[in-house]
Design a protein around this ligand. Structure first.
Ligand code: ZN
Length: 72
């Protein structure tokens, strides 16, 4: 990271390092858990963060269904 305190000079995507627009950037969680101010670019959001969210949602669903089945 080229930042010292979050008041970055040039902001970059925390996943791929691409420069971010001055205003914009996406919340990278849960694909990337970093500092609060860190953001990712649209491409990473689309290709990495969104699939990660779907994956976790699906896992959670499966686990819930399994525990419901066990309880009967
Ligand atoms: Zn990126």
């Amino acid at each position: 990271m080229n930042t010292t305190n979050g008041q970055a000079t040039a902001r970059t995507c925390c996943i791929c390092g691409a420069p971010l627009p001055k205003f914009g950037g996406c919340n990278p969680e849960p694909a990337y858990i970093g500092e609060e101010w860190e953001q990712c670019c649209d491409a990473c959001n689309f290709h990495i963060v969104m699939p990660a969210r779907e994956y976790i949602a699906k896992l959670t669903e499966t686990r819930l269904a399994a525990s419901r089945a066990l309880r009967g």
